[in-house]
Design a protein around this ligand. Structure first.
Ligand code: 6PG
Length: 467
């Protein structure tokens, strides 16, 4: 019977949990899954009106005009799904892609699907399994008409912020906007996680504290300016004991971080747009270095190291350093969003992005209210660091960031994200940088010309003579 209001194509962890979330709101939802095992799990767990094994049956189960939510692994599988779906759909139907798709693919797919008179929504979904089940943050991009078709469902299943607002928004007219915003969310997520990991390292290696003692410190940071999902996660993870050995499980986890690519894409996008996002890029590189476990062991045996103690910094300084580093990472992420919006004519409202991230998503944090307020007060602000509330926070916390980076450098403990944040800040607040010398070098070897501080125009000089 064609009565499902929405069909979820792909019933893996995220798809199945979103389907359950949708069904919980009294919305009839149908599912499609190729893999028989996953289909069985979905049939058992999900209150689906049907969990189909054939695509035609799935499409037939949907009420017209139909809405299909793709919850499949980003990449070629999305193109394949679209190509198989298109002949079965009719003009007026809509497809939403809820995966972590590359925003450029999304732009291409929107154009492709539009040829068939079908609407396309790029839908960033954040919050992992738990979020999908009980309330994710949903970052949508697409035409108003396409979004309206799904709006009631998206508002119903999304996380709700403390003020009751649903974290589901149409952030732009182009489908790509939804996935671009999700990609930058993930870039900030990478930086936030790396900053926390560096503070953990300074407490563990630098101060010799065990996981339980570090958990207590993170616990104390759960309230206050650092309050966030990732701080909660950290405190909780540090408390978990290995059932077999009784040791903190985190101590037994291999120190090699994986990645699926969204952090890397965020860094590439920043570079392409000409925006500095070093805290994000360093977080990506730190994962890469972490993955070189064999090489690192060999190098550790080859080189002598300074005494790794970093006892000179206090917990309060570490908290402030973390906050300062985090503000810089957010400043970078929002600067990339602003530049992408400008370059593509997206008219992205940064305060709405910040509001969307207040609940449900991985980077949800108390201070996103302040970020939203900063961009509401002044949508044209050049950089988050210049918003009065953040300038004040930075002025208060940068001395601690400097002390912590200094201690880490002395102890030989790598803090790439903290030090990239500090360098970003120091560069941004320097009225004069050594780029004068770079311009002179460029002009010397490439006749690239330079500007002068004392008169207008472009100049070229024969630098080989002293005057
Ligand atoms: C989220 C997460 C989620 C996932 C990413 C990042 O917002 O719910 O960002 O999308 O964690 O895939 O994963 P990697 O760390 O593997 O790149």
């Amino acid at each position: 019977m064609a009565d499902a209001e929405i069909g979820v194509l792909g019933l893996g962890v995220m798809g199945r949990n979103l389907a359950l979330n949708i069904a919980d709101r009294g919305i009839r939802v149908s599912g499609y899954e190729r893999d028989p095992d996953l289909r069985k799990v979905a049939q058992r767990e999900a209150a689906l009106s049907s969990a189909n094994e054939d695509l035609a049956g799935f499409v037939a189960s949907l009420r017209a005009p139909r809405a299909v939510l793709l919850m499949i692994t980003a990449g070629p599988a999305v193109d394949q799904a679209i190509e198989t779906l298109l002949p079965l759909l009719s003009p007026g139907d809509v497809i939403a892609d809820g995966g972590n798709s590359d925003y450029q693919d999304t732009a291409r797919r929107e154009a492709r699907v539009r040829e068939a008179g079908i609407g396309y929504l790029g839908l960033g979904v954040s919050g992992g399994e738990e979020g999908a089940r009980h309330g994710p943050a949903l970052m949508a991009g697409g035409s108003a008409e396409t979004y309206q078709r799904l709006e009631t469902i998206l508002l119903a299943i999304a996380a709700k912020a403390d003020d009751g607002a649903a974290c589901a928004e149409r952030l732009g007219n182009a489908a790509a906007v939804g996935h671009f915003v999700k990609m930058m969310h993930n870039g900030i997520e990478y930086a936030d996680m790396q900053l926390i990991a560096e503070i953990y390292d300074l407490l563990a290696r630098g101060q010799g504290l065990g996981a339980a003692a570090i958990a207590e410190i993170f616990d104390a940071w759960r309230d206050g300016p650092l309050s966030s999902f990732l701080i909660d996660v950290t405190a909780t993870v540090l408390r978990k004991a290995d059932p077999e050995t009784g040791r903190p499980l985190v101590d037994l986890v291999l120190d090699s971080a994986g990645q699926k690519g969204t952090g890397r894409w965020a860094s590439i996008a920043a570079l392409e747009l000409g925006v500095a996002a070093p805290s994000i890029a360093e977080a990506v590189s730190a994962r890469v270095v972490s993955s070189l476990t064999g090489e690192r062991s060999a190098a550790a045996a080859r080189f002598s190291r300074p005494d790794a103690s970093a006892n000179s910094v206090t917990k309060e300084q570490l908290a402030d350093a973390l906050l300062a580093g985090k503000i810089c990472a957010y400043a970078q992420g929002f600067a990339v969003l602003a530049a992408a919006s400008e370059a593509n004519g997206w008219e992205l409202a940064l305060d709405r992005v910040a509001r969307n991230w207040r609940a449900g998503c991985i980077i949800r944090a108390g201070f996103l209210d302040d970020v939203a307020a900063a961009f509401s007060d002044n949508p044209e602000i050049a950089n988050l660091l210049m918003a009065p509330a953040f300038s004040e926070m930075m002025e208060r916390t940068v001395p601690a960031l400097r002390a912590v980076v200094t201690a880490a450098v002395g102890a030989g403990i790598p803090v790439p994200a903290l030090s990239a944040s500090l360098a970003y800040f120091d560069g941004y607040v320097s009225a004069r940088l050594p780029a004068n010398l770079i311009q002179a070098q460029r002009d010397f070897f490439g006749a690239h010309q330079f500007k002068r501080v004392d008169r207008a125009g472009d100049f070229h000089e024969d630098w080989s003579t002293t005057s």
